[in-house]
Design a protein around this ligand. Structure first.
Ligand code: GAL
Length: 441
């Protein structure tokens, strides 16, 4: 997978959006009470890692930081909500109020672009150099952390998004072999079987973004060239048979899901029901692995995973990163944090708990569970890498938000024609925002 950047014009739309926010803030006379963090021995980090596994993983890393720098205080600030959608709004408001934190959790590539385009980021080439990262971070990840030849992000992990998680006991009880669920027909047959055996909702799902997450893997299941067209903003016809087929699959998929998804979150509700055995399957990134483990389950004994049907030869990439904003309060501590985050020690402390694999190839695999050890191998041998859209990398940020909105409506209305129109209309509307050309084949 390769990425090329084309003609990086500032987005007019983004400028207007920021202008509107400023006007609203001033116009409504809102007074922002943001505390000023002047303490020299502080490091303020914003994140959305709220599930049990995620929180523990971050804790491990901040403890390590404290061991190394006992006089410094790390202040992680949690903004819960999906894959960071709420966090992003908070960060933008803080930046406008000139109260940006020292750093915040961010996905690679497109998600960093508004900050890069707005001149808010400082390069982190020095960290890459100091930690010799080009030697140990795979090229595909390198390219996702760069703009115009410079690094602006430090990756902490590699998550795989195109996975179905399952409760092993339920599948065994119903004589379902997960290895055979490698196409949609076989997968839906297994769901029928489970329903007939009394499992009311074999697939568990949560709020809109998880439907969008499922949908992007379905798109990948229709072939890497379709996914490539999708992330390059080239799926513009509502009659595109690949798009219609993907929506049909999602529609069928939703006939097996729980109707009470409302404002469910992915771990507290959906994964919890796979853990409890109320449901059998959930499509989610391998951050779910952290939560199965936290519940005391063992991979391949109590739970397991397989690639989303049709995506065996694909690794959907979701990469969490940290960055260096301009004018932060604690640059020295930020530098220490970025070094720790990108070090072998830091990554091998965080990722075994988080569920992901290290972004470094020199990782100590013995620290990881059996799912992760197979993922480390898969990452090396799998042919196609694709950047997730829902988790920030593959497509412009505005598309990601719109996709979630459209998918939330689709979950209720199941209208394929309308959805195909909404998706393609929006892609055409923001065509100038597709400034990265992905080569996935
Ligand atoms: C992703 C993020 C993961 C995980 C997940 C669920 O976007 O990259 O680290 O946190 O959201 O919250």
């Amino acid at each position: 997978m390769k990425k090329k950047q084309i003609n990086s014009k500032q987005f007019l739309i983004r400028g207007i959006a920021i202008g509107i926010i400023i006007t609203i803030l001033i116009g409504s006379g809102i007074y922002l009470f943001f505390s000023s963090k002047e303490e020299a021995n502080l490091l303020v980090i914003y994140h959305w890692w709220s599930s049990a596994g995620e929180a523990k993983a971050l804790n491990e890393l901040t403890n390590l930081f404290n061991e190394k720098y006992p006089d410094e205080i790390v202040e992680p600030i949690l903004i819960t909500g999906g894959p960071g959608y709420k966090l992003r709004e908070v960060i933008k408001t803080l930046i406008l109020a000139k109260e940006a934190p020292d750093t915040f959790q961010m996905h690679s590539t497109y998600e960093a672009k508004p900050y890069f385009d707005g001149g808010l980021l400082q390069p982190v080439d020095d960290i890459w150099k100091l930690n010799n990262l080009e030697k140990v971070i795979p090229k595909v990840v390198q390219s996702m952390c760069k703009f115009e030849g410079h690094y602006y992000e430090v990756p902490i992990n590699i998550h795989r998004v195109n996975l179905v998680w399952y409760n092993k006991q339920i599948l065994e009880k119903n004589d379902i072999n997960p290895d055979e669920l490698n196409n949609w027909e076989a997968f839906f047959n297994a769901c029928d079987k489970l329903e007939a055996a009394g499992v009311k909702y074999p697939i568990q799902i949560s709020s809109g973004w998880t439907a969008a997450h499922t949908f992007e893997s379905i798109i990948a299941s229709q072939g890497i060239s379709f996914y490539e067209d999708w992330v390059n903003g080239k799926v513009t016809s509502p009659e595109d048979p690949r798009l219609l087929k993907s929506l049909e699959i999602l529609k069928k998929y939703l006939t097996y899901t729980n109707p009470d998804y409302g404002d469910f979150d992915w771990w507290n509700n959906a994964i919890a029901r796979i853990i409890s055995g109320e449901g059998a399957f959930n499509i989610m990134g391998d951050w779910a692995n952290g939560d199965f483990k936290d519940a005391g389950m063992e991979y391949n004994k109590d739970y397991g995973s397989f690639p989303v049907p049709g995506t065996k030869n694909m690794y959907g990439l979701c990469i969490d990163t940290f960055q260096r904003l301009k004018n932060i309060n604690h640059p020295k501590n930020l530098e220490r944090w970025l070094q720790l985050v990108s070090s072998k020690e830091g990554q091998d402390a965080f990722n075994p708990i988080k569920g992901s694999i290290s972004a470094r190839i020199d990782t100590n695999a013995s620290k990881y569970d059996s799912y992760q050890q197979s993922a480390i191998l898969d990452f090396l041998v799998i042919k196609y890498m694709f950047p997730t859209v829902v988790h920030g990398s593959g497509a412009p940020e505005s598309f990601k938000f719109k996709l979630t909105e459209i998918m939330s409506v689709f979950m209720d209305e199941l209208d394929i024609t309308q959805t195909a129109n909404d998706l393609t209309d929006y892609t055409k509307e923001i065509s100038n925002e597709y400034t990265i050309v992905w080569e996935l084949d």
